[in-house]
Write a protein that binds this ligand. Structure first.
Ligand code: NDP
Length: 492
């Protein structure tokens, strides 16, 4: 009798593990305590206060960091003003460009150090800080260095001048990259800067201060002051600030907008989002699943433009959700410094509590919660990749920004229905569409009220491309030529 042949099933997601591949941190030199970077020097805060910054993956303290009070903010703004009037605005534009270019080059030279510190301080996987955050931050300096002596060509028919002192406040999700988004165009247009990184992620900004010293930038052109919300508010309200650039939550953006109403300060607000990632039945499904994963789980979902609302055409919904769950099972959650890690630590304890709160809300509203079955470390702040099905337009997990690795899945039948649903939200920052048909892409991109819409891809960034939102996602654009405008005064 012939022997019965058995064909073994292929199994991609079980039975084996990656060997650990941790990035070395032996070369990292962190001080025990960091002062404020004002007028080209590190100076102790007049407030006398310091706060701790910790590694969210281990809960271990990395350094103590100065907390700038109102007097410190005043000193920083005055240093920026003096430098603006006496040095920076008087320099030939091409000389400004050279300094910015030099910052970019030194960032590249110190890229590994910056990437490791970014992952230690913020919890993001080293693969992302190494391959995305740091190279993109350097690319922004390179890009705007090129514009410094071409402003009159950037704004044809006008003589482009600078505004003065820019007060800039950034969040914790892309600390170095956000600093680059803010500082590079401001300097290129001839302004000086007082910038505050977020409380939980000040270290790469302080390393940037060292780079700025190394680049020999004239003192006071860039002042980096650390602190919490009160420090940010003191920058916003300082009468010596000519322009405010804020990236952060919509709630704080509203407070800032109210504070600036009636003043002659210019401002840009880059706020929250709740993007629709739309999958049509004719999409290349496997690629779309990768796009969904990248859209929501990149940087633990701490991304303003995260594809946190998934819309799948009903005819392929079961297939997409099944493949999505399989793919979620393969995601490696854990040590941010391990090169195999896909999802690192949640940035802070309060953020983890906020995410957990939303998980409860989603379940209480009738949503079906699914989480991958991966193990997570016992110390540190972690959230397994999560998705909700059985949610509706009115669910809070659909309407509100969670800022974590949590995806809300809905289905649709027609293009009109999905456009209506995608736009029915207070935010309008970004979106994604997956389809084989170009005409459908144009229809969707033309009708989504979102500043950035990706087609058959997601979360792609480039310094030459503007970024910004509609509605409660803010006002103004950063990046590209558009990103210069808010820092320029047009002279007749
Ligand atoms: P927050 O708005 O809480 O904080 C942003 C920054 O503002 C921080 O440096 C913070 O300081 C500071 N700040 C807090 N309160 C005030 C205040 N009253 N006046 C002035 N400054 C203040 O946001 P998160 O840090 O929690 O960042 C996440 C948010 O940022 C998300 O909503 C996300 O969507 C949005 N974001 C938007 C982006 C965009 O381009 N549209 C890009 C990235 C993030 P501290 O942290 O020290 O308290």
């Amino acid at each position: 009798m012939a022997k019965k042949k058995t064909i073994a099933g292929l199994k991609f997601n079980g039975g084996w593990d990656y060997a650990a591949a941790p990035e070395s941190k032996d070369h990292i030199r962190l001080q025990k305590q960091y002062d404020l970077f004002i007028d080209g020097k590190f100076v102790a805060p007049k407030s006398g206060k310091y706060f701790d910054t910790i590694n969210p993956a281990t809960e271990v303290k990395l350094a103590a960091v100065a907390e700038a009070g109102t007097e410190d903010v005043d000193i920083a703004v005055k240093a920026a003003r003096k430098s603006y009037e006496q040095v920076w605005s008087k320099l030939p534009a091409r000389e400004r460009g050279k300094y910015i270019f030099r910052i970019a080059r030194i960032m590249q030279e110190r890229a590994r150090e910056l990437a490791v510190i970014e992952s230690m301080d913020g919890g993001k996987p080293i693969r992302e800080s190494r391959d995305i955050d740091v190279p993109l931050a350097a690319a922004h300096f390179f890009y705007y260095a090129g514009w410094a002596d071409k402003l009159d060509y950037a704004m044809p028919g006008a003589r482009a001048g600078s505004l003065g002192v820019a007060g800039q406040i950034i969040p914790w999700n892309f600390p170095l990259l956000m600093a680059a988004w803010k500082i590079a165009p401001a300097l290129a247009a001839g302004n000086t800067v007082v910038i505050k990184p977020a409380e939980t992620t000040p270290l790469t900004a302080l390393k940037l201060a060292e780079i700025i010293q190394e680049a020999d930038l004239p003192p006071g052109v860039v002042n980096i002051i650390t602190g919490a919300g009160a420090t940010g508010a003191a920058i916003v309200n300082h009468p010596g600030v000519d322009k405010v650039a804020f990236t952060g939550s919509t709630d704080v953006g509203k407070i800032i907008q109210r504070a600036l109403a009636g003043t002659d300060k210019k401002y840009t607000l880059e706020l929250g989002g709740k993007a629709a990632n739309i999958i049509f039945e004719d999409a290349a499904i496997d690629q779309a699943v990768e796009g969904i994963i990248n859209g929501i789980f990149f940087n633990q979902g701490h991304v303003c433009c995260a594809g946190s609302r998934l819309f799948v055409q009903e005819s392929v919904a079961d297939k997409v959700i099944r493949k999505l769950k399989d793919r979620m099972e393969t995601l490696v959650v854990g040590d941010p410094l391990d090169k195999n890690t896909d999802i690192g630590a949640i940035n802070s304890k309060p953020q983890l509590e906020k995410i957990r709160q939303f998980l409860k809300i989603g379940v209480n509203e009738g949503g079906t919660l699914y989480q991958s079955s991966c193990a997570v470390p016992s110390k540190g702040y972690w959230c397994r990749p999560t998705l909700f099905t059985d949610v509706s337009q009115s669910s809070r997990v659909v309407q509100e920004e969670i800022f974590g690795p949590v995806l809300a899945v809905q289905t649709f039948r027609t293009i009109e229905e999905v456009i209506e649903k995608a736009n029915n939200i207070p935010y309008g920052l970004s979106g994604g569409v997956w389809t084989d048909k170009g005409s459908r892409i144009f229809k969707i991109t033309g009708q989504l009220r979102a500043g950035v819409v990706w087609a058959n891809t997601y979360n792609k960034f480039d310094p030459t491309s503007p970024f910004g939102g509609y509605k409660e996602s803010g006002m103004g654009r950063e990046g590209g030529l558009h990103g210069l405008h808010p820092y320029v005064k047009i002279n007749a």
